[in-house]
Write a protein that binds this ligand. Structure first.
Ligand code: ZN
Ligand code: ZN
Ligand code: FE
Length: 757
């Protein structure tokens, strides 16, 4: 058979304009190496807009394909524009031009990245000059966001400024063919940061049952042997958190299997360069861990080593094997690795602070001399509906922007009160900060202010408007009042829905369903189960969950037995409150408050509905951390089931679940949890479906903290999709208050554009 070879490409010259995360990630050497391998001539440089290059030769088409397909791990290409130019005669070589002449600044700082495979090979190679060096990094891995104070992203702006490169490191830094070409944080044992305690000693002390405060990328961890029950319970007591689960770190993917189940998607989450804590279903081997790791829950938070130091701890415990083959074998060591913060304060990042604030908890501190410029906790994700869902977006994810549907005037958004994050926009990019935490303490407020200032320095845009929650008493609202900027209050659940719409680039009218803990409504009451129509910067409340009284006010949010009392009262069964619930608190007094309507503000909160169900089933009468009752309730579900006639929809479009809740009284906990989930899902689908018919809208965005519940989220997605609706859910930001600032920013940006700001 005759074979027709493809005709050789004619000589072409192209100018390439590449935008995205293309500076400080090894993009120029990538272009350089590809051009050389394809025999192309030309040049590449950084400038204020990204990377600019010209290439000339016969293989430009293949070059362009590889440019994208084989991009460096930390690169993110938003856009490539290719423009043909007349070929120039005599062009032969390919050069990396000095970017300083073009007035270039790296306009985006990359996120921190887990230690890469090539660095791991060196770390465990006795012949390598960085053998067992806890701070080795290269262009493709290591600290970025947490060591950078301001733009441009260059070594002098990072906390590596104080470490002068030795001759060997300098050579690598200058060599375009080297993996460490222009890698800002590079170091070696001769010129770089040092650890305050030998790895051998750290491991020996952990194995002996000690609790150590270990400095990491974005802050200190408290670490101990996860199989040592005494150490774990000592840590739990000292951290003052009764039941909140601890994350554990294991050597590698091969060591996860015994403890927890991870399918291929979850394995990809565990090994990704952002290396978050991944919530996995416990396996039989989890029983070998100390009881106090994740009490009462079927899930375990697992993370893999992401710094060379982490990897060295497991390497030491494995007997210092050469090479990386041992990582393919299950390893015994399991470490609790929990954020070193105490009593609601932010993560400790400084060695002196560690000694002072963690002195009563940790037996010793493992410090190093590379300062952390800004703190970033470990991220937390779980897989929901076949994709990762961020529960806490932090190290590894920030400051990667969310791309908006359109360019908007720059705005700053300050979030709410719990799980605080802030957001600053620049053009069509929205930069969401790392998880800051609840703004309950003076320390966390200081961190909030630092995070705002740091984000402004990193993004470099000047906001024309500041968005904040409608609640007047939140510290974030008061902070907005103190800025010299016009301020826009945004209703909490409008912002939840807008955050999802923003991620999907939807500005037009859509339905929004917010299932949440609490947010202040326009009528001054506590909202949290809201059906709305959202159109750009505006919204209309179409309906809400039927209100329940909050007996005793805020205390009801942490004591599900109080919500059970509220339900009994509404059912006209007040006489059962004391007999059924007196074991958990002052039930008779509560019944009296309910009867007289005193200190019982109404709420449409979905979160309190979960609490009511848990309280009625006796699953978690008093919660020791936020959302514990809902998590335990979800943990009991194997298959959601339906309670016929379990819900009502009244003339004011209120969805009521009292018939369902009544069916839970005296019910078996697992059966009750399954009835609650299945019936709630069916009721919500019915409710939203009717709203879709009434309004003609075909898209619905789901937001709010309850969407972190996998059973609920997957049930709603299936049910609403079957109803013919397009369902939008959170993608790269959390559906909870940690994503709220993005929704506020999207609303404020649209509002500013509408008003010609
Ligand atoms: Zn590396
Ligand atoms: Zn060096
Ligand atoms: Fe919320």
């Amino acid at each position: 058979m005759p074979c027709t070879p493809e005709p050789p490409e004619a000589v072409r010259r192209c100018r390439l304009r590449i935008r995205g995360q293309v500076q400080g990630v090894g993009f120029r050497p990538h272009v350089y190496a590809l051009a050389l391998s394809r025999g192309l001539s030309g040049w590449v440089t950084n400038d204020t807009e990204g990377v600019l290059a010209e290439v000339q030769g016969r293989a430009v088409r293949d070059f362009l394909a590889d440019l994208v397909d084989r991009a460096p791990p930390l690169a993110r290409i938003d856009d490539i524009r290719v423009e043909d130019r007349p070929p120039s005669a005599g062009a032969e070589d390919f050069a990396i031009l000095d970017s300083s002449r073009a007035g270039a600044v790296a306009t985006e700082v990359p996120p921190d990245a887990a230690v890469c495979p090539a660095c791991l090979e060196e770390l465990f190679d006795p012949q390598d000059r960085r053998y067992r060096y806890p701070f080795l990094t290269c262009t493709h891995c290591g600290p970025r966001f947490t060591i950078t104070g301001q733009l441009p992203y260059d070594r002098p702006q990072t906390s590596m400024a104080g470490f002068a490169l030795c001759a060997a490191c300098e050579r690598e830094y200058r060599d375009p063919a080297d993996r460490r070409f222009h890698a800002q944080p590079i170091a070696c044992p001769d010129c770089g940061p040092q650890l305050s305690m030998p790895v051998e000693k750290i491991v020996a002390r952990l194995m002996a049952g000690e609790i150590l405060a270990i400095k990491g990328l974005g802050g200190f961890h408290l670490a101990c042997d996860a199989r040592n029950a005494a150490a774990v319970s000592r840590l739990r007591r000292a951290k003052q958190r009764d039941g909140k689960p601890f994350a554990v770190m294991v050597a590698g993917l091969a060591s996860v299997g015994g403890l927890a189940e991870a399918d291929a998607d979850e394995a990809a989450l565990l090994t990704g360069i952002d290396r978050p804590v991944v919530l996995l279903r416990k396996a039989a081997g989890a029983a070998a861990l100390a009881d106090g790791i994740a009490p009462g829950l079927p899930w375990l938070g697992v993370l893999l080593p992401y710094t060379p130091l982490h990897a060295l701890l497991f390497h030491e415990a494995a007997g210092r094997p050469n090479g990386t083959g041992w990582l393919q074998q299950p390893q015994d060591l399991v470490l609790v690795m929990t954020s070193a913060n105490v009593g609601g304060e932010p993560l400790v990042i400084d060695g002196k602070d560690a000694a002072r604030r963690l002195g009563g908890i940790a037996d010793a501190t493992v410090d190093h001399d590379r300062p952390i410029v800004v703190r970033a906790d470990d991220g937390v994700v779980r897989r929901v509906a076949g994709r990762p869902l961020w529960i806490r977006r932090a190290r590894g994810a920030v400051p990667r922007p969310v791309r908006l549907a359109r360019t908007l005037p720059p705005v700053l958004a300050l979030g709410a009160h719990f799980k605080s994050t802030v957001c600053l926009t620049r053009g069509a990019d929205a930069f969401l900060s790392q998880h800051i935490g609840d703004l309950d303490t003076a320390e966390s407020l200081r961190f909030f202010e630092e995070a705002v200032a740091h984000l402004r320095r990193l993004v470099g845009s000047e906001p024309v408007l500041v968005a904040h929650d409608r609640h007047p008493d939140y510290a974030s609202t008061r902070f907005a009042d103190g800025l010299d900027l016009p301020a826009l209050p945004v209703q909490h659940h409008h912002a939840h829905v807008a955050a999802v719409a923003a991620e999907h680039g939807v500005a037009g009218p859509l339905l929004g369903l917010a299932l949440d803990g609490v947010g202040l409504g326009d009528d001054g009451t506590a909202w949290g189960g809201e059906l709305m129509e959202v159109d750009g910067a505006h919204y209309r409340r179409l309906g809400h969950l039927a209100e329940l009284p909050l007996p005793g006010g805020d205390a009801a949010a942490t004591q599900p037995w109080r919500m059970a009392a509220a339900v009994l009262h509404q059912l006209g069964r007040s006489g059962e409150i004391a007999p059924r619930l007196a074991a958990h608190g002052p039930a008779a007094e509560l019944a009296e408050l309910l009867r007289r309507g005193l200190r019982c503000p109404p709420t449409s909160s979905a979160g309190r509905l979960f609490d009511a169900a848990a309280g009625l089933l006796g699953i978690c009468p008093v919660a020791s951390y936020e959302a514990e009752a809902a998590m335990r309730l979800e943990g009991l579900v194997s298959v959601p089931r339906l309670q016929p006639g379990g819900w009502t929809i009244d003339d004011h479009n209120r969805l009521g679940l009292l018939p369902l809740l009544e069916a839970l009284i005296g019910c078996d906990p697992q059966v009750g949890a399954e009835l609650f989930h299945g019936t709630l899902i069916a009721g919500l689908v019915d409710w939203v479906g009717r709203a879709a018919e009434a309004t003609g809208l075909t898209q619905v965005a789901l937001g709010g903290g309850c969407l972190a519940n996998r059973v609920l989220a997957e049930g709603l997605i299936d049910g609403l999709t079957a109803h013919g609706l397009a369902v939008l859910t959170a993608r790269n930001v959390p559906p909870n208050d940690g994503g709220l600032a993005l929704g506020q920013a999207w609303i404020a940006g649209l509002w500013a554009a509408d008003n010609g700001m």
